[in-house]
Ligand binder design. Structure first.
Ligand code: TYD
Ligand code: MG
Length: 457
């Protein structure tokens, strides 16, 4: 029998090393190397050779049989949206998020709905490794879900799970969570990098061979990355993240990887006392409408995924007591904020080097696009001068290092969304000004940052 060896594996990037180090040589993360046991090659390599998709002949792409991409309705329209229009059979979807954010709730709701829609009694299976059967079924009852066909299974050994799947042949499976699952092939503890990776690999292989759709639930570390190896993200077809904090009422799910649809698409839910509810028109939920204008607040129009969202950004600029003033950005990239403040100083002559600058995006949404640059700067200026901006104003536009204001995509759509919500004026890049005026709505187009200052003076 081949000797087992002890290796050390980084739990952030999956890189291996022969000895323990404080820092991973590959991804430079600290304290991430964990002991793992390498099993003899005969078992692991053979299973790897079986391949994901099974067919080992060379083929011309045009001759590959095109099966119509059938999609299942997950029962929640916003979940279908982030999945790219529904659940694809044979796909593996990883759902990550903080504890308590609603991963199990979302999936039990979707599974209850699928179990009613799909033909047969064994169409779905919910494998739970974290909660007991009683806990899961109690929750389903409390939310008021139909449970007569909802099949639950408390098991953490991946071999048993796959045996059961082979016997029952469900079409949709949930594994909650992948960190509790282990395989007999490895000696390391459940939750270790090697276990998570190997167990997931077996489930992915099963999904591809049988056309079963599998949801894997994954935990998130304090830094917000999926705990366990990032390699999980490469193995699966779709990665969805719950973005919002558990303290927020609204929960935002974002697709960060999707082989069957667009990335950065978001789905918005509302956590009620009876489970997650779909928010059909989220364009105005991230606004806290102030009866009186307040300084430091500005409404920006971002476009996350395929629809515009109106979101309030708040800035607080206050004299700093520190030698190195703070730049804190919540829901926004901090480096981008520092860069914008430098542009503001250089091209508009407004200095904030002796001020602490705090920016907060309301509602716990994370902004990924640069179209909010101009709005962030106007919010900061408004706070610095303690002068509110008009309450009926929206702002968008990217700000470049030369102080220019660059156009953003889908400008007209953003303006129409703002007009629909009752806003009356906008400051936007000149090229985004629509040719046809919008009724009761004034659009100020600008090319350079100083022009924006003239408009709000
Ligand atoms: P859960 O789905 O268990 O989170 P995860 O699986 O991501 O850890 O979410 C549980 C949280 O959601 C818990 O804090 C209570 C809240 N919740 C409600 O507010 N209403 C409900 O109907 C349910 C089922 C949960
Ligand atoms: Mg859970």
């Amino acid at each position: 029998m081949a000797k087992t060896r002890t290796r050390y594996q980084c739990n952030a990037c999956g890189a291996e090393s022969g000895q323990w180090n404080g820092q991973c040589a590959d991804c430079k993360a600290w304290n991430t190397l964990e002991e793992s046991v390498v099993t003899p090659a005969s078992t692991t390599n053979q299973s790897r050779y079986e391949g994901y998709a099974g067919n080992a002949t060379v083929t011309v792409a045009s001759e590959v049989q095109q099966s119509e991409l059938e999609r299942l309705d997950s029962g929640l329209t916003e979940l279908d949206r982030v999945l790219g229009g529904g659940l694809v059979p044979g796909s593996v979807t990883l759902i990550g998020g903080d504890p308590g954010v609603g991963k199990s709730t979302l999936l039990i709701q979707s599974m209850a709905c699928l179990s009613q829609q799909l033909p047969g009694d064994k169409a779905t299976l919910y494998a739970t490794g974290e909660e007991s059967l009683q806990q899961v079924s109690m929750r389903a009852h409390r939310i008021g879900l139909p449970t007569d066909k909802l099949r639950l299974y408390a098991e953490t050994r991946v071999e048993s799970i796959i045996e059961t799947l082979q016997r029952e042949r469900p079409r949709v499976v949930v594994v909650d969570s992948i960190q509790t699952i282990f395989t007999d092939a490895l000696n390391s503890a459940p939750g270790s990098v090697a276990q998570v990776r190997e167990s997931a690999a077996r489930l992915v292989r099963f999904a591809k061979q049988t056309g079963t759709a599998i949801f894997l639930v994954g935990h998130v570390t304090k830094e917000g990355a999926l705990a366990g190896p990032r390699v999980l993200e490469h193995m699966v077809d779709t990665v969805l993240y719950f973005e919002s904090d558990t303290s927020e009422r609204y929960r935002v799910i974002r697709a960060v990887k999707n082989r069957f649809g667009a990335v950065n698409e978001i789905g918005v839910f509302f956590m009620s006392d009876r489970g997650l509810k779909v928010v059909k028109n989220p364009s105005a939920i991230f606004l806290s409408r102030h009866p009186e204008p307040v300084s430091g607040s500005v409404i920006m129009v971002t476009r996350e995924g395929s629809r515009p969202l109106l979101i309030e950004a708040q800035a607080l600029v206050d004299e700093s007591q520190l030698g190195n003033p703070r730049r804190i950005a919540l829901g926004l990239e901090q480096n981008r904020l520092s860069m914008l403040l430098a542009v503001l100083h250089r091209h508009a002559g407004i200095a904030m080097f002796d001020q602490d600058v705090f920016i907060n995006v309301v509602g716990g949404v994370r902004i990924t696009e640069t179209a909010v640059d101009l709005a962030i700067l106007l919010a900061a200026i408004s706070s610095l001068r303690n002068k509110p901006l008009p309450v009926d104003l929206v702002v968008f536009g990217e700000v470049g290092l030369a102080g220019e204001v660059r156009p953003v995509s889908n400008g007209e759509e953003r303006l129409l969304a703002a007009a629909k919500q009752g806003f009356k004026q906008a400051i936007v890049p000149a090229s985004n000004v629509p040719r046809k005026p919008i009724k009761d709505f004034v659009v100020h187009g600008i090319d350079r940052l100083p022009q924006a200052l003239d408009l709000i003076h």
